[in-house]
Design a protein around this ligand. Structure first.
Ligand SMILES: Nc1ncnc2c1ncn2[C@@H]1O[C@H](COP(=O)(O)OP(=O)(O)OP(=O)(O)O)[C@@H](O)[C@H]1O
Ligand SMILES: [Mg+2]
Length: 222
């Protein structure tokens, strides 16, 4: 049967090594085409949930299906990860190349695109985010807000089938938030966005869910 969900989590349990239980029997579906906000208190496990979906950490129990395919082994997650543009909460986890251009080129090159194709994607991505002047800047010397925008660029440059964004507006000024709203509105991709920024959320999502105590509940629509 073809699934109507891009992401399916069924009865997931997870604890960090030596830590308390973060999730017990957590289930969650992300439908095709959704523009969904995930909210919840600090420490409720939003980032942990996204890292489980991306296969960056492993559940102790339960099932994960991405794009309809069961994901258990690293190779299965790797295949799904190529289709998901992921923005880490901390941009320092995302950016590791010497220059902005290299960071944005990393995804497309890693996916086997040619240098020529990649160069074109880098230019288009920088233009989209109005970051042309940052092309040859040294990544580690950027401000936190600049790093966040470049992180979003690295996710978009993969030409993904969906986006997962963990706090995409932290450290961003008004103009930069506006640019991110515009990019999300125009990108024509489904996305799951975690944020504490209510104004931003209201503008970019069509539905919201809340994570609290291992349970995800649907919130009223705007
Ligand atoms: N690597 C880790 N090892 C042990 N515990 C961790 C680790 N990472 C997170 N935690 C704990 O897991 C819980 C959930 O953390 P998580 O970062 O997923 O929360 P969050 O909902 O994303 O919070 P925030 O809104 O502050 O970003 C917290 O209690 C946190 O202290
Ligand atoms: Mg978090």
């Amino acid at each position: 049967m073809v699934s109507d969900n891009l992401i399916e989590l069924k009865e997931i349990s997870f604890s960090y090594p030596g830590g308390r239980k973060i999730f017990e029997d957590l289930s969650f579906n992300f439908p095709k085409g959704a523009k969904l906000g995930l909210i919840g208190a600090n420490g409720s496990g939003k980032t942990t949930l996204l890292h489980l979906i991306m296969g960056l950490i492993q559940r102790s129990k339960g099932e994960i299906r991405l794009f309809g395919e069961p994901c258990e082994k690293e190779s299965e997650f790797r295949k799904a990860r190529l289709k998901i543009g992921f923005v880490f909460q901390d941009a320092n986890d995302q950016l590791f190349c010497p220059t902005v251009k290299d960071d944005i080129a990393f995804g497309p090159l890693n996916m086997g695109r040619s240098q020529k194709e990649t160069d074109k994607i880098v230019e288009e991505t920088l233009e989209l985010l109005n970051l042309m002047d940052f092309r040859d800047r040294v990544t580690y010397a950027l401000s936190d807000g600049e790093k966040k925008l470049i992180s979003i660029g690295t996710a978009l440059a993969m030409l993904p089938e969906m986006l997962i964004l963990d706090e995409p507006t932290t450290c961003l000024d008004e103009n930069a938030v506006e640019r991110v709203v515009q990019v999300l509105t125009d990108c024509n991709l489904p996305y799951l966005v975690v944020t504490h920024d209510k104004q931003f959320l209201e503008r970019v999502v069509t539905s919201r869910v809340k994570l609290d105590n291992s349970t995800i509940t649907r919130m009223p629509a705007y």
